[in-house]
Structure formats: C-alpha cells, structure tokens
Design a protein around this ligand. Structure first.
Ligand SMILES: [Zn+2]
Ligand SMILES: [Zn+2]
Ligand SMILES: [Zn+2]
Length: 657
C-alpha cells in the first residue's frame, strides 16, 4: 500500500510505503511522520495509490507513524487546498502551508496572545432592524441559493445582518465570517460574543498559536457554530458550511502578497462551488468593481442599504483646493486647522489620514495642478531621484522632466513629499496643546500597540488620531465628528489601474468614520487636483455614479472585470543579470502561440528593487481564464530553465506594483 503525503513546502505530494501495521489505521487528512531527506517531517495524507510508480527506479521509503487518530484535515478541505494550489499556479504544498498553522507540523507553539477577551460578557438580544435591514434579511434567509452583495453605506448596520443570517441557519450548518485584519477589534469581538457566546470562535493574528490550535480543533470537531477570522479563516475545517460572509469584500488585505498569492474572497467563492455552500454574502460600503459588475449582470443578487441606522445623516464632504491656499509652509489648510480646533472645543474627536507610502516624492505643478501621466498607459509617472527621470512603471518608457510645467509653462513644479511624521511635527507646531497619537506601520509594530491606540481613542484620552489608511478602517468611534485627508494626491496618483477605485473607496470609508454617534459629522479632503473625477462622486457619496464612470474606462483599457490578469514577476540579484536575462526571455516568449492572450513586457516592476532583488514583470491579459492560464504555463515552461532568476506568479493580481 502506498500513501501520498503532502508537506507544507513548495511541492506536490510525495509517495511513501505504508507499513502493514499502519494499513488499517491510515486515513486521508491524518498527520503522519515520514522520513524526508536526512531527517523526518510531518505531513498530511492526501490519498492512496502510487501504483504507477511500479517498475520505476524510485526507491520508496516507509512512513514512520500516524500522529492523529481522526483526520485533522477533512476531505472537503483537502480538495480546496488542491484547488488553490492549481488555480494560483503554485503547489498544493504551499496551499497547505497557508491553510494550516505551522505548529501542527513543527509542534512549536510560539507567541503570546495579543488580544484577550473579557470573560464575563453579557448575552444580548441585539438591535431592532430598519426596514432595509429587514428586507435584506428576508431575501438572504429564503431557502433559495444565492450569492448576495449587501451594499450598505457606512453605519448602515451590515454586521447585524450577518449575525441574524447566521442565527437563521439550520442547526447542523456552520458559518465562516471573513473580516479584514484591521477590523478585528475588541469591540467587534465583544459584539459577536454577546450574541453567540462560546458558539463562535475567533481566528486571527492577535491570538497565540496555542489558542489558534484550540480554535481549529473546536471547528474540526463541529463544537462551534461559526468562526470570525481574517484571510486564512477561509480554510476553516468545518465540514458542513451553510454560509460564508466576506465583510468589506473589496479590501486589499484579503489578498496575500507573497508565497501563495491567494485572495480569500475568491477562494471563498470557489469553496462555495466545490462544497455546494448555498449562501454567500459579500458586504461592502464601496463594493469592488468586479462585485458590482456581477450584481449588475445578475450573476449575484444585489441588496442595498441606503440609510444609516437611526437615520443618522451621512457626513458632509468638502474638497479643499490646495492650489487656492495662500503660501503653504504646512500641509494643513487654514480651514482644516480651524475645524480641528472647533472639534476639540466641542469635546469631540478627529481622524486625520495621510496615506504616505514608501514612495519617492511625486512631481506636481502647484500652479495648475498638472501631474505627469504616461501617454500609453494612462497611469501616473513617478519621479526617480537616482536617474532624475519620470518613469512609466508599466510599459518601461520614461521622460526627463523639464524645468517648466508642460501644461502652463510656469515654474510651479514641486516635489511634494509630506509623510505622517512630518505632518505630526506640523500639528505640534500649529496646535501645541493638542493631544493626539500617530498610527501607522511604524507605531504599531509592537504587540498590542494597535489595540492600545484604538483604546486611547475609545476612552477619549486623545483628541486626534493621525495616521495612514489604518485610521480609515474598521473602527466605530461615536465621538468622531471630523475626518480629514491631508493629501488625497498620493492615493489618486498611485501608478496602478485601480487607483481611482482605491481612492474612491478610501475617501468614502474615511468620510464614513465621522458622525456615527449622535452628532453629525464632516469630512474635509485636501488636494491639488480638486477637479479629479473621483471627487465628483466622493462629495455626494455617489457610488453608482462612480461605478458608471469607472467601468467605462476599464472596458476601454480591457482591464478587470472585462479581462483577467496573470502577472509573472521575475527577480534577479543584480541589475546586469536582469538586463541580460530579460533580453533572452523576450526572445524565447516571442515564439509562443498565445491565442488571443496579450503578453505585456517584460518591463521593470514599479518597485524596481525589493530586498536586493531587481524586479521585472510580465503581464498576461485575456478574457478566458483557461486560455490565460494555459499561456502562462507556456511562458513558464520557456523560462523555468533559466538560471539566476526567481519567478513569482500572481493570478488575479490586485495591483501591478
Ligand atoms: Zn484598528
Ligand atoms: Zn502647471
Ligand atoms: Zn507606459
């Protein structure tokens, strides 16, 4: 008897001999100890067979022992793992690595809990529903199958719908609720626990490994009704799932950016198909274009919540034209500073966002608002200091900036570059008595710091929370009445075809943080490009208008949802090998019969160098997913033999950076 054993490494299953003594006990999904190279390794049995190996000169080794009495991984999950490995053009082994905690293979339990729960949570019955919530629930809870897009403005009570949809499931059916990492707050945990008690488990990086192993076993044994978790909870080991909820389905954090580059949203949808799960809820205040497009075309059912609970008004949004401000030495307009002061004197709080990413500064004309765009790609060019050029990160072309603005011939071109730290200094100078905290990746690296900052805000120990997009997401601070964007231009000018969509989503979300309590809110957005089309829609919370505008562009440029993309990232140790090898690759792939699939590149990746590797990429674009993957395989065949190259494949990339 032979068994196939999958290890959490970048490979498919290996075949082993099952010793006679183990033959009657071994089952798929169990962990086994197997000899591997010079040591032993823990793997998962995926199946039996290996007969085709007979007669071949491969010397098989024998399994040593079985580690689980009952399978740790149910059969349906084994199938999903296999699917994920194939779909993402990776391996089942890498998919397994993402699906299971490494502690199940190593036995090492590292890390302590970051988020502890209040033991004595009171059970509560929940809130009364608005008519819109009631209507949405009636649709969801009817016995027909369906994928639903619940499109609800910020503060419209989507969470309550999720809770009641879970409550309405038949007794034997389980639920998975996926939320973005940042949304797992003590607040949210309490909310679910107050309604489900111990019937719900949480699964996220705030827990210790030991706790997560316990949660896994509870799910595996069917002891709980539901799991609330981040990305990897899509691999929850439930066997009989009746509902999957994907909250804020448009969030980029559902996508993993290394290893197996999977999207939890898409894996969830695939899981639903594989396992016949008949209810899926995609929830969002600002749905992805893909989701809304599918709703428009009747592929998924559309449920809209137009009103906030208790009819609270949406915040008033004002766009501040920074070109009209008189001589700016600070990143703040007078209006924004005054508004912060007013908010403090009213004993209310403010959220201030500056989404400064680790990019070189971008050039902009402060007289007319002109920014450089690539004529071929309609994306923004980035100023590179080393070469003093403006580069198109997509097609590889570049420009040398002139001294004068190409549009108004003025001398107003400036390299703007205020990050959160500089803005922090400015705030100190402008309002010395202000109490505030900065929240970005630098200040939240330590364990619990994120929760501490949120707590400070909740307990009103600070008046202002300043930070990157972290501050725009997942929090419900009832006393925030002002939200502001210091510079919208960074987000607007990301060199990516989704920058308009991302900007609309981010500004709408941030605006939506204001006025969620009993007091109306206000949002101020500062920009040098007040005429940018995104603002026409942000100003009026007009998702539909934005969608109509954006979808036309996507169609013209043949981007998703009209096409599918596969990105192949090529990394090299030196610039010279990169250049040489890339030339070779161009020649090799020219001969591929790509049947209607566009192959763009190789071109340098927008972020040219990461961790001392020089990055280039190929982008494959096509309508038919299967043809696209076939062409990608052909490309990979051609380049796999090349030395000194690291290849990453990104199926359905969400950015091309
Ligand atoms: Zn948070
Ligand atoms: Zn100009
Ligand atoms: Zn270009």
């Amino acid at each position: 008897m032979h068994a196939n054993v999958l290890f959490p490494i970048n490979a498919e299953a290996f075949t082993y001999i099952v010793p006679e003594a183990l033959e009657s006990k071994i089952k798929p999904g169990q962990r086994v100890l197997a000899p591997f190279k010079r040591g032993d390794k823990v793997g998962i049995v995926t199946g039996f067979g290996g007969d085709k190996l007979k007669g071949k000169e491969i010397k098989l080794r024998s399994l040593k022992s079985i580690l689980d009495e009952e399978p740790l991984v149910p059969a349906n999950l084994l199938k999903l793992i296999k699917w994920a490995g194939q779909y993402y053009m990776s391996t089942s082994g890498l998919a397994l690595k993402n699906a299971l905690l490494s502690a199940f293979f190593t036995g090492r339990k590292q890390g302590k809990a970051r988020l502890t729960y209040d033991e004595n949570i009171k059970k509560s019955g929940g809130f009364s529903l608005t008519q819109e919530q009631q209507n949405a629930l009636t649709e969801i809870n009817n016995p027909e199958d369906g994928v639903f897009l619940v499109h609800g403005v910020t503060g419209s009570g989507k969470t309550e719908i999720y809770i009641r949809a879970i409550k309405a499931l038949p007794d034997d059916k389980k639920a998975i609720v996926l939320v973005p990492e940042i949304a797992i707050t003590a607040q949210m945990v309490d909310r679910f626990r107050s309604r489900f008690g111990d019937e719900v488990v949480f699964y996220h990086s705030g827990l210790s490994t030991g706790e997560r192993m316990t949660q896994w076993r509870k799910m595996r044994n069917g002891e709980v009704k539901a799991v609330i978790g981040v990305r990897s909870a899509v691999f929850a080991p439930f066997e009989n799932i009746g509902l999957i909820v994907i909250d804020e389905e448009q969030e980029a954090s559902y996508k993993q950016f290394e290893g197996l580059r999977y999207s939890a949203r898409d894996v969830a949808l695939a899981r639903a198909k594989l396992e016949g799960i008949n209810k899926i809820i995609l929830g969002s205040a600002t749905p992805s274009l893909e989701a809304f497009y599918n709703a428009e075309n009747g592929k998924i059912r559309y449920l809209e919540l137009k009103q906030r609970v208790e009819q609270r008004p949406l915040p008033q949004v004002e766009i501040i034209d920074m070109t009209m401000e008189d001589k700016q030495t600070f990143s703040f307009s007078n209006k924004l500073i005054d508004s912060i002061k007013e908010t403090i004197s009213a004993n209310k709080q403010s959220l201030i966002m500056l989404n400064r990413r680790g990019y070189s500064p971008f050039p902009i004309c402060t007289d007319c608002g002109y920014t450089y765009k690539c004529p071929a790609c309609s994306i923004t060019l980035i100023y590179h200091k080393d070469t003093k050029t403006l580069n198109c990160h997509y097609c590889g072309s570049h420009l040398i900036p002139q001294a004068l603005c190409p549009q108004c011939k003025g001398t107003g071109i400036k390299y703007l570059g205020a990050g959160t730290q500089r803005v922090e200094e400015e705030l100190h100078t402008l309002i010395p008595e202000l109490s505030f905290t900065r929240m970005d990746r630098d200040t939240t690296r330590k364990k619990l710091s994120h929760y501490r900052i949120v707590k400070q805000m909740e307990e009103k120990k600070i008046e202002v929370l300043l930070g990157t997009q972290m501050v725009a997401k997942g929090h419900d601070f009832p006393d925030v009445t002002l939200s502001a964007v210091v510079s919208a231009d960074i987000t607007l000018n990301m060199p990516d075809f989704r920058s308009g969509e991302r900007a609309f989503q981010l500004f709408t979300q941030l605006a939506g943080r204001a006025g969620r309590g009993d007091f109306p809110g206000k949002a101020l957005i500062q920009t040098y490009e007040p005429e940018h089309y995104v603002f026409d829609y942000v100003r009026h919370h007009d998702y539909n208008g934005f969608y109509k505008k954006e979808i036309v562009q996507r169609k013209e440029l043949f981007y998703p949802p009209f096409s599918k993309l596969i990105r192949i990232i090529l990394s090299f140790k030196t610039k010279e090998t990169a250049k040489k090898t890339v030339k070779d690759i161009s020649v090799r792939i020219k001969r591929i019969d790509h049947k209607g699939i566009e192959i763009l590149g190789p071109a340098p990746a927008p972020i040219e160098k990461i961790r001392n590797l020089w990055r280039w990429h190929l982008i494959l674009k096509g309508k038919n997913s299967r043809a696209l993957r076939r062409t990608a395989s052909l490309v990979l065949e051609k380049i796999r033999g090349i030395r000194n190259i690291k290849i990453d494949i990104d199926v359905d990339p969400i950015n091309l950076l």
